[in-house]
Design a protein around this ligand. Structure first.
Ligand code: PLP
Length: 425
């Protein structure tokens, strides 16, 4: 794809973009002057699809109309409500329907999965994670290790970028697996690293780690709805993701969880159980003999928050209307390549980019470091915000920008680079 630096080029790309019409189906926050913000934080909180709002209202109305009977009545009864979202979840992450469920929130699911998949035994007690893991993942792993009466200092192994580098290097992972392979019980790594935007090669990581007898889990917070995934075929053991980033389902909305078919029927796995994980046929017999549903649904605890699931259903329906994750990814590759092109053309050596630029190793997000001596990156971030650009700032010195295919335009990207250039001049 050949890009040009003019605004006319950006506008022409928007005109030819088959996904352009979807922007109008979202609520775009406004600047003080009444114009749309240039919103680039879909990696942190995705914008509201009108459909999500409609579906939530529909559930509020059903609650008014039916009271408790809403569990079984109405077009979308609450009893099986989570099942209305199963197929689309499976398509999104490359899973079988039995392997996915919407429940709880992301960090809670990481814990529930570790209850089942972190079983320290003998010499095999360690968990491998990345050095710059998202704090919640780090705390979850640390506390799981403590919960087993083990010392986190001795049992957390970190895959870290080399001195002076930002990205994770696979040779280093291989070396860790070589050296500690038979001491590692489980690994927890991101699909897309939240700080650098690096996409990890989940297929190869899974293959090499499982060959060493390690259980493999991924945190897909920044991957779900962003890149294509094949969790079943890659033979990932478990994965968790939130629905409020690239999945546009609202702040703190219910999270997704994947358990590979290989494990769904294994009743020997530890689990923290609740009544909603109990076999559907006999759940209401209330006999207090737990019989797990033989799918990922067997890990559910509670009857789910329907209002939140309704928002997810709206968002997933919209993604489906847009052609699914494949179509999203297709536009995203182009949109982010365009952002990269403009940054290189217009800002050259004033900035550096942490994110790898080959397609396989990046999603929507580009992480930018400012290189101008004595220039305060955080002040720059605030300046562009005053001009209508919403990005996010991550300590110590990164501005993360994530144009997302469903509602960002090529003109958004053009305006962002123009404003950034003005502020750096
Ligand atoms: C966003 C994010 C979280 C947030 O966790 P919640 O439990 O949803 O608050 C956790 N881990 C990663 C990697 C994230 O990107």
């Amino acid at each position: 794809m050949k890009f040009e630096t003019t605004q006319a080029f950006a506008l022409a790309c928007d005109q030819q973009d088959p996904m352009a019409a979807f922007r109008a189906l979202f609520a775009i926050p406004k600047q003080a002057n009444g114009e749309d913000e240039y919103y680039f934080t879909g990696n942190s909180l995705g914008l509201q699809p009108d459909l999500a709002k409609d579906y939530v209202i529909q559930m509020l109305v059903d609650w008014q109309k039916y009271g408790v009977k809403g569990h079984f009545e109405g077009e979308y009864p609450w009893m099986p409500y989570h099942e209305f979202l199963t197929e689309q979840a499976a398509l999104l992450v490359g899973a079988k329907n039995e392997e996915v469920v919407w429940m709880n929130t992301l960090t809670a699911n990481l814990h529930f999965m570790m209850v089942s998949f972190y079983q320290p035994q003998g010499k095999r007690t360690k968990i491998l994670l990345e050095d710059h893991a998202f704090p919640s993942d780090h705390y979850a792993v640390e506390s799981q290790i403590s919960h087993h009466g083990l010392d986190p200092k001795e049992n957390m192994i970190f895959w870290k970028p080399r001195e002076g580098e930002d990205l994770l290097n696979y040779q280093d992972l291989e070396q860790i697996l070589e050296q500690y392979g038979d001491e590692i019980a489980m690994l927890l790594l991101p699909g897309v690293q939240y700080y650098t935007g690096q996409v990890l090669d989940m297929k190869t990581i899974t293959q090499k780690s499982k060959a060493k007898g390690i259980k493999v889990g991924f945190d897909l917070a920044h991957a779900a709805g962003n890149i294509e995934l094949q969790l079943h075929d890659w033979q990932v053991d478990f994965a968790c993701w939130c629905s409020y980033k690239y999945l546009n389902s609202g702040p703190g909305s219910v999270a997704g969880c994947f358990v590979h078919l290989d494990h769904c029927q294994n009743t020997q796995l530890n689990r923290f159980a609740g009544w909603w994980g109990h076999d559907k046929q006999t759940r209401f017999k209330m006999e207090n003999k737990f019989k797990a549903t033989p799918t990922a649904e067997g890990w559910q605890l509670s009857n789910p928050p329907i209002l939140s699931l309704a928002a997810i259903r709206g968002s997933l329906d919209l993604i489906q209307q847009a052609g699914g994750i494949k179509a999203l990814r297709q536009k995203s590759l182009k949109l982010t390549a365009y952002l990269h092109y403009l940054l290189a053309q217009e800002l050259g050596d004033k900035i550096s980019i942490l994110t790898p630029m080959n397609e396989a190793e990046r999603g929507c997000q580009i992480s930018i470091c400012v290189n101008v001596p004595h220039f305060d990156g955080k002040a720059l971030y605030q300046q562009i915000e005053e001009k209508g650009v919403t990005t996010d700032w991550r300590e110590p010195n990164v501005i993360r920008v994530a144009p997302v295919p469903l509602y960002n335009s090529f003109n958004d990207v053009f305006q962002f680079v123009k404003i950034l250039k003005e502020c750096l001049a």
